[in-house]
Design a protein around this ligand. Structure first.
Ligand code: ARG
Ligand code: ZN
Length: 459
């Protein structure tokens, strides 16, 4: 009785305080400057999600100088008094939010934007950043080659993984925020632009050409890729009408096309094994550059040395990433065995399919080592080390041996189907495997993914 009387008396005060707290800022607060990735906590930003990027740049290839703008369509997850983007280097000349000039500060790779009117929760908003400069690539331990926008002897390429996209456009640079893209690059004669998705425009401006590449299927920023050089183009009709567009740099004299001969068959084999190829098109970009390979969405990029060394095996690897990594994307970098282990296992599957001859025993023997370290917990000093690739692939083979071929391949297809277009963590994969097989797989995954010493070969 007394309690409810007391409440009646203080209710108006509580209501007034609540109202006040909204006006005084609880409705709008800064978006965070990182998403808290366990391997790389500073990457990405919180408080909003991007739906589309339009990157429009003039490229002076000889000076390696870019100028232009990036338009970002985003949705606020809460009321934003300010928010961050990731951008490495370059000089900003103007920023607007919803068409109104905004102020900004920069601190390392963090760009903090203060809109002149705060962005309400759940509103969609448009950010335009105008900028210019000479991009500088970054270095990632164990990655093997510099990341980002890179000038080489006969051209320029940009490859995203893991944080190279912020070297040439402002971005929410974390795999948990996928978006579609329009890339509009103007390059001087006689250069051409290879990109991801579909080439929807080529405009001849006299002494320069503007290329528009549209990637309509959403992708993580680490899967953005472009290359500027001159290319021979080869178009092949793939299975189920998937067009395959290969772009091979003109200066390459070796017959690298032979490594692409089986691309269409590979798409067919993976269609049957993982589910239908998930994007509008596929193909390869092959560069006369010191670069390994990256599974840029729809059109992986290769340095031709890797094709010479690894042959079509690396094509199978990057193709398999279109399902594992690109369509179904790890929510954090710690789970990247879900990319590399699966793509490496897909190489084994392809080679075994091509010449079924007890290949798996041989793969196993050549690959097993006690000291890879746990693939489910890659070290920040060697995130792209062998463990996520090799022991990751062995984890899948151990699973297959345990639950049998039928449950194993149904697990792969169900995992792809259930999480298509989304983000996943290891527990999502384990859940599907347990559901499909009807077995408790805790022990198997714990040993294979998290024990220090590699388990021995399954019986
Ligand atoms: N996702 C790329 C691939 O495996 C990464 C390459 C990273 N480099 C390396 N040496 N592991 O195709
Ligand atoms: Zn890979």
């Amino acid at each position: 009785m007394t309690l409810s009387r007391t409440f009646q008396r203080i209710a108006p005060i509580v209501a007034a305080l609540l109202a006040l707290s909204c006006v005084s800022g609880a409705r709008f607060s800064p978006g965070s400057s990182g998403v808290g990735d366990p391997l790389y906590p500073g990457l990405g930003n919180g408080g909003y999600e991007v739906s589309h990027y339009t990157v429009s740049l003039d490229v002076d290839v000889d000076r390696n100088f870019i100028s232009g703008s990036t338009g970002i369509q985003a949705n606020a997850k809460k009321g934003l008094s300010s928010f961050n983007l990731d951008l490495r280097g370059l000089t900003i000349t103007a920023i607007s939010v919803n068409g109104l000039p905004a102020t900004y500060t920069r601190d390392g790779n963090e760009l903090t934007i203060v809109p002149s009117r705060p962005v309400p929760a759940r509103a969609s908003f448009q950010v335009d950043v105008a900028y210019e400069g000479q991009p500088s690539p970054d270095h990632v331990p164990s990655f093997g080659f510099p990341v980002g926008w890179i000038k080489y002897r006969t051209g320029i390429y940009a490859a995203g993984e893991p944080w190279g996209s912020s070297t040439w456009y402002p971005v929410n640079e974390h795999p948990s925020d996928k978006a579609s893209y329009t890339l509009v690059l103007t390059v001087p004669e006689p250069y051409e632009v290879a990109g991801i998705g579909e080439l929807t425009g080529v405009i001849d401006n006299g002494d320069s050409t503007t290329y528009t590449w549209e990637a309509r299927d959403e992708l993580a920023s680490y899967l953005v890729g472009v290359a500027i050089s001159r290319f021979d183009e080869i178009v092949v009709e793939g299975p189920q009408g998937v067009p395959i567009l290969n772009m091979i740099q003109e200066t390459i004299e070796e017959p690298v096309e032979r490594h692409l001969e089986n691309t269409s068959k590979m798409v067919g084999f993976f269609n049957d094994t993982f589910g239908p190829y998930p994007f509008e098109s596929f193909g390869s970009i092959i560069l006369d550059a010191p670069f390994a390979a990256l599974e840029t969405q729809t059109r992986p990029i290769y340095g031709f040395d890797i094709l010479r060394l690894a042959g079509e095996r690396v094509v199978a690897h990057e193709l398999a990433h279109q399902w594992f990594g690109n369509l179904v994307t790890p929510a954090t970098w710690e789970d990247m065995w879900l990319n590399e282990g699966f793509a490496t296992y897909a190489e084994w599957l392809w080679l075994d399919y091509k010449s079924p001859n007890d290949e798996f025993a041989a793969f196993w023997e050549n690959t097993w080592r006690p000291d890879y370290g746990p693939p489910g917990k890659p070290s920040p000093e060697a995130p792209f080390g062998q463990t996520v690739y090799q022991r990751g692939a062995m984890t899948l083979h151990a699973l297959r041996t345990d639950i049998g071929d039928d449950a194993f391949f149904r697990t792969l297809r169900e995992y792809v189907l259930r999480h298509a277009g989304g983000n996943v963590s290891t527990s999502d994969f384990v859940a599907v495997a347990e559901e499909v097989s009807g077995k408790n797989l805790d022990g198997l995954f714990r040993a294979w993914l998290y024990d220090d010493v590699t388990p021995s070969a399954p019986e």
